[in-house]
Ligand binder design. Structure first.
Ligand SMILES: [Zn+2]
Length: 504
């Protein structure tokens, strides 16, 4: 035993494989793996393992040798060789209950002495407190537990697979072959392109339309819809990760567990996609990655490049600027579109209208120039996320706190007070990290490529309207269209367009 081992709380763990249709032989082993992780996380050391394999679900008089042996150890407080035992770890307390009265006997044995610890995979539970009776786990409610137990076991089974990096059984995921591990070359390439295009500002609808044109079908042979494509791009499987109960499956150090299947995109790309979805779902993320609330954005697909970007610069009689968002309309006679301020009945002043093609061209050039100018700065500056260390330190503080709590070196109230302080910080930093990945992914795009594709003649190659709009919105808040003074005539005057750039 080395010196650090001595600081850890010596505990036993208990695992029970019950009769179950799937006949999962790994069940005890999987529980033990979970318990090892729980122990490590909580500053404990497992000094002995007890387990039982239930042979039948029906027999009420079943004797569990492992369970009984563990109760004896807990009552005496040491193993046969004298090794002290100060607590017990299980995956969940339903493992302890086989028949009415088991749980009481367990609590009784554990709390036989002072200072014992008890934990399941969620963390420590205080079995000395009076609340044990209120936990709803005492013998009389065992039948209700049976039902909960079944559900939990299903979840745990998935969780075990997730931790071992096994792919889940189910329909073939688009992008992979039947084994769920090997990539399907054509489908995975399509998904990768879609992901890149989406990160570059492409809309789900436009990608979907492309796939329909190309005759791409889902793995079940159906036509793609924007909804199914959205689901496909949200899957962490794309980058080798997995979500369980709404959370990325992580190891004890908080790093996502990478599955055994081939991945299609990088974790950074996947995070960038999720950040975009988060933004588009109406959640506005501030520059520091914090959710700011609902977006006031217009999420419709637009027909014209600058609708909702241009604002009316007409000065109203009261001295204020109209500021109404310009609408676009097609003029059949002229064969082109124009931007105009809506009539007062629709909230505008109705006093401004401009040729669309000229404004589009001018703003496109201005935005491309701005992006190019910025990219030379950005590509140099984008390095690793600067707060990586801060996050690591907070996670470490958090773990240390748990270890001290485990050793009862701090009080309950101080522990929870500190946890409440740390947890939001950690969550906030993780969100910032995601946002940072999004921005650095954007900065890495080749800007000269964007200019070429902006004006490309071929449909497949050219950036679509939603992509161009995304670049424009990324570069500027708005463009104010000032009214032409007398004598301006119909000549286009770029000085009357005033771009409001984002963070210069
Ligand atoms: Zn106006």
């Amino acid at each position: 035993m080395d010196a650090t081992d001595g600081d850890l709380i010596p505990v036993v763990d208990y695992a029970r494989a019950s009769v179950d249709k799937r006949k999962d032989e790994h069940s005890v082993r999987n529980q033990q793996t979970t318990n090892t992780q729980t122990a490590k996380r909580l500053g404990c050391r497992i000094v002995a393992r007890f387990s039982d394999n239930d042979k039948s679900a029906a027999k009420e008089d079943l004797v569990r040798d492992g369970f009984e042996a563990m109760l004896r150890v807990l009552r005496t407080g040491h193993l046969e060789d004298g090794t002290p035992v100060s607590g017990c770890i299980v995956v969940h307390d339903d493992r302890l209950i086989r028949k009415a009265g088991d749980y009481e006997r367990f609590v009784d044995a554990l709390t036989y002495r002072e200072g014992r610890v008890y934990a399941d995979q969620r963390g420590f539970m205080d079995l000395y407190s009076e609340n044990v009776e209120n936990m709803g786990l005492m013998g009389a409610v065992a039948s209700r537990i049976e039902i909960k137990k079944m559900r939990r076991r299903m979840r745990q089974h998935h969780s075990d697979n997730a931790r071992e990096g096994k792919p889940l059984q189910g329909p073939r995921p688009f992008g992979w072959q039947k084994d769920g591990v090997t990539l399907d070359p054509a489908e995975s390439a399509l998904l990768r392109q879609a992901a890149e295009r989406f990160i570059a500002g492409g809309s789900i609808n436009s990608i979907c339309r492309d796939w329909l044109k190309k005759g791409v079908k889902t793995s079940r042979g159906n036509e793609w819809t924007s909804r199914t494509l959205t689901v496909a791009l949200k899957k962490p499987r794309l980058c080798g990760w997995r979500i369980l109960n709404g959370e990325i499956v992580r190891d004890d150090d908080g790093n996502p567990i990478v599955g055994a299947w081939d991945s299609i995109i990088t974790p950074e790309q996947w995070q960038a996609i999720q950040a975009i979805f988060a933004e588009r779902s109406g959640k506005q993320i501030g520059p520091d990655g914090v959710l700011l609330g609902n977006l006031q954005r217009d999420h419709r697909e637009h027909q014209y490049l600058l609708t909702a970007t241009l604002r009316c610069g007409v000065i109203l009689p009261d001295g204020a600027m109209c500021n109404h968002k310009l609408r676009a309309g097609f003029q059949k006679k002229m064969g082109r579109h124009r931007y105009f301020c809506q009539a007062p009945s629709n909230g505008g002043c109705g006093k401004l209208a401009r040729r669309g093609d000229l404004i589009d061209e001018f703003v496109s050039e201005a935005v491309l120039a701005k992006l190019e100018q910025r990219s030379t700065v950005e590509i140099k500056e984008v390095g690793p996320w600067p707060k990586k260390r801060e996050l690591a330190e907070k996670v470490e503080q958090f773990n240390e706190l748990r270890a001290r709590f485990a050793k009862r070196k701090i009080t309950n109230s101080l522990f929870f007070e500190e946890i409440e302080r740390l947890e939001p910080d950690i969550a906030k930093l993780r969100a910032e990290a995601e946002k940072y990945e999004l921005e650095s992914a954007r900065a890495k795009r080749d800007l000269t490529e964007i200019r070429r594709r902006w004006y490309s003649e071929t449909d497949d190659d050219r950036l679509d309207l939603s992509q161009k709009r995304a670049y424009i919105r990324e570069a500027l808040h708005a463009v104010i269209v000032h009214p032409a003074g007398k004598g301006h005539g119909k000549r286009f005057d770029p000085d009357l367009l005033e771009p409001i750039w984002r963070e210069d």
